[in-house]
Design a protein around this ligand. Structure first.
Ligand code: G6P
Length: 364
């Protein structure tokens, strides 16, 4: 009913609007006054010893895991192997005392993720679950659970829960950094920005440009999202969101792969969504944008506030505030969600109930 939606047209829009408060809930007790990460759930684990992390998840949760991989490998002396659960569970797994498995599942009921956890447990491994649903099967079968505390999410395509997964995964990586005595001022700066991210995101979701710009793209049949580094995950998640609720054939690629195939698709009927914040790969992204421009594709770029230069090579630009370069996935997430939402709505589809999809896939 309209009342349940709190005046919003759809649950998805309401749930995106809830992101700031949802972040605050995820952060309760997570950082002390000096911005040191707190994760008592993991105190029993020998974090200092871990050399290998296995990450397993499906859909949007998999993309959150991908962000963790980039972030953790940058600062921790660990290898992070990530796979979708439907593949992971059928591959041989190597578990030892130096391996930790992290399973991410909003619902805590996804069949393939659950079976992956069972396989790890059977092999003698430890599993940390990240979930939003207290008492769900995955939380019961894992060794410990980090709860997302996002509150119920009704929209089938994940929105606020993706953001909370990111918050927890960044915090988990920072906790490991601290435990392993790798903590620097830079990490404290990242922690500070995470702690204040709710306010920043409040401003981002009120940006009316997102809806206005979406109007230019609602009638296309194809879309290509590109990003680099940690925002490869953002590109994949942006494409997933769009295809889930607007049924546009959206693909996501690490931008460096363009010339290995996908660029052959581009022409004026095939727009590009470039994730190009001011980070250490910015110049590389600019070259990729130029390449897609040469194919006459319409280009929508997400950039850092103040980057007016990028307007010269893009047809539309959506800005996000400057943050630490590793945190762009967090502040861009609501933008790609709102963009997909408006396109689905303008195309006349119900974003809350996409055809053929279920909120939680409990069958194989
Ligand atoms: C379904 C949902 C997605 C979700 C995925 C994984 O496909 O439609 O939004 O990302 O399952 O769900 P989980 O509950 O395991 O995170």
């Amino acid at each position: 009913s309209a009342a349940e939606k709190g005046g919003f047209k759809h649950f998805m829009l309401k749930e995106i609007d809830e992101i700031p408060e949802s972040i605050e809930s995820a952060l309760v007790g997570r950082f002390d006054d000096d911005y040191n990460p707190v994760m008592h759930e993991l105190d029993e684990f020998n974090i200092e010893k871990i050399k290998r992390i296995l990450l397993v998840a499906c859909g949007t949760s998999y993309h959150a895991g991908l962000v963790f991989k980039y972030f953790a490998e940058k600062y921790l002396n660990v290898d992070v192997l990530i796979d979708v659960a439907s593949e992971f569970r059928y591959r041989p797994i190597r578990i030892d005392d130096e391996t930790l498995t992290i399973a991410i599942s909003q619902s805590g009921e996804t069949a393939d993720t659950l079976e992956s956890i069972r396989a790890v447990k059977k092999a003698g491994g430890k599993v940390v679950a990240i979930s939003n649903v207290v008492g769900s099967t995955i939380t019961r079968e894992s060794d410990v659970t980090l709860y997302m505390n996002a509150g119920p999410e009704i929209g089938v395509a994940a929105s606020k829960t993706y953001v909370n997964q990111l918050i927890l995964l960044y915090t988990l990586a920072l906790y490991m950094i601290k435990k392993r005595n790798l903590w620097t001022e830079e990490h404290k700066k990242i922690a500070k920005q995470i702690v204040s991210s709710a306010n920043l995101i409040k401003k981002i979701i009120s940006n009316k440009e997102i809806e206005r710009v979406s109007d230019h793209y609602k009638n296309y049949q194809h879309f290509m999202y590109i990003g680099r580094g940690v925002n490869t995950a953002t590109a994949l998640e942006g494409a997933l969101k769009l295809k889930e609720i607007s049924y546009i054939n959206a693909v996501g690629y690490p931008a460096g792969e363009l010339k290995h195939g996908p660029i052959a698709l581009l022409d004026p009927t095939f727009p590009v969504f470039a994730i190009a914040p001011k980070d250490s790969l910015y110049e590389k992204m600019r070259s990729n944008i130029e390449e897609t421009r040469a194919r006459n594709a319409r280009i929508l770029t997400i950039a850092t506030e103040g980057d007016t230069e990028i307007q010269k090579i893009s047809h539309d630009v959506l800005y996000v505030p400057e943050v630490h370069e590793d945190l762009y996935p967090l502040v861009i997430a609501p933008v790609i969600q709102l963009f997909a939402y408006y396109i689905a709505d303008k195309r006349g589809y119900d974003p809350d109930k996409p055809r053929n999809l279920a909120k939680s896939v409990t069958v194989e």
